[in-house]
Ligand binder design. Structure first.
Ligand code: HEC
Length: 118
């Protein structure tokens, strides 16, 4: 009976040590500048799929800040078009812009995000 109790205490103690080690590692990673930057980028992407999808699929022509690309500025596109109109442009294209770059839910997410730019 005593042996069993001793074993349980050992297991509990080991578990405590492991938990502590894990905690320490996380703290170390959080304090390194590179990790913090990576964390910030991750947060930006999480903030909205529209933002991330825009950067991946549209920024090459429309610019990373919505207004410094070769294609028309989109920084105030929400006051020109409704969300549905923007989605239609994304899916069907317009003039020099090819359609179908994004479709379905992705087109919807970017259109909602851009419709907020007024
Ligand atoms: C290959 C380059 C290219 C890419 C990639 C591109 N566009 Fe365009 N886009 C254009 C061009 C060029 C126009 C201007 C079309 C015209 O009016 O003749 C345009 C026009 C637009 C317009 C209408 C702007 C206005 O004021 O009339 C919207 C909205 C738009 N693009 C959104 C997007 C979105 C969202 C994406 C990403 C899914 C995207 N574009 C990707 C080239 C591009």
């Amino acid at each position: 009976m005593k042996k069993l109790l001793y074993g349980l205490v050992c297991i509990a103690f080991l578990g405590f040590l492991t938990a502590c080690g894990g905690g320490d590692n996380e703290t170390e990673q959080d304090t390194t500048p590179t990790e913090e930057q990576a964390g910030d980028e991750q947060q930006t992407a999480d903030a909205g799929d529209g933002d991330a999808l825009y950067q991946q699929n549209c920024s090459s022509c429309h610019g990373g800040d919505l207004k410094s690309g070769g294609a028309p500025d989109l920084d105030k596109v929400g006051s020109k078009y409704s969300k549905d109109e923007i989605e239609e442009i994304i899916v069907n294209g317009k003039g020099g812009m090819p359609g179908g770059i994004l479709t379905g839910e992705d087109a919807d997410a970017v259109a909602s995000w851009l419709a907020e730019k007024k």
